[in-house]
Ligand binder design. Structure first.
Ligand SMILES: [Zn+2]
Length: 225
């Protein structure tokens, strides 16, 4: 059985342009998790000292071209801490964002990703009720599949994890059928890291024992990208 490899990337930032070019080059499928309220007429967000470079949310007008051919998932309207705001506000964050993304991309939005990985039973119920078939956390567990509760879908690991390939092989050996990794493109900072990313994606594409898959497929939903 071929293992399905799924990946998703958060926050809709400028480095997604370079990342999606790499994915297209290697025929990799991927999902991008967006916060519609943060995408305005111009790019915004500015310089980030922590990463030593300018990290900006893409302008609204850039989204269609950057993400053409990829899956879009909901990451809430404005990226709050889900469990720290009133549940009614959280409800608006989730429902409004899904509606806007569906309108912008003219397709159903099936996936959700909790901002900061912050979630609990009540916030997850809202996500489920809004019509999503899965919601990703930041709790990493290998193997990630089958997800005990799709509203708490724990990925295998972050893309930068030192033992990424060990976890990848472990998932293959477990015959669980799925390997799921995630990250933010702004975490790729140096040219060496960009080259490493290119090689990481190329190696997965070249692996005869695996195939790229769209996340909603895992839950029986056929996607249109
Ligand atoms: Zn985020």
């Amino acid at each position: 059985m071929s293992m399905k490899v799924v990946q998703c990337w958060d926050d809709g930032v400028n480095d997604d342009i370079r990342l999606t070019d790499i994915f297209r080059k290697h025929g990799a499928k991927a999902s991008f998790n967006l916060n519609p309220q943060t995408h305005r007429a111009e790019r915004n967000g500015g310089f980030s000292e922590r990463w030593g470079k300018t990290i900006e949310r893409l302008a609204k007008s850039e989204l269609a071209a950057v993400y053409a051919g990829f899956t879009i998932a909901n990451h809430s309207q404005s990226h709050p801490w889900p469990t720290r705001i009133p549940l009614s506000d959280w409800r608006d964050e989730v429902f409004d964002a899904r509606k806007i993304l569906q309108d912008w991309f003219q397709r159903p939005i099936h996936g959700f990703v909790y901002p900061f990985g912050d979630c609990d039973a009540a916030t997850a119920d809202v996500v489920r009720e809004a019509g999503h078939c899965y919601a990703r956390t930041t709790k990493n567990t290998t193997p990630c599949w089958p997800a005990e509760d799709p509203m708490f879908f724990h990925p295998d690991c972050h893309f930068h994890k030192d033992n990424f390939w060990e976890l990848y092989e472990q998932a293959k050996a477990s015959n669980c059928g799925v390997f799921y990794f995630w990250g933010h493109s702004y975490e790729i900072c140096t040219e060496e890291q960009w080259t490493a990313m290119d090689k990481q994606i190329a190696r997965i594409t070249a692996d005869p024992d695996t195939e790229w898959a769209e996340l909603p497929e895992l839950f029986g939903v056929t996607t249109q990208v």
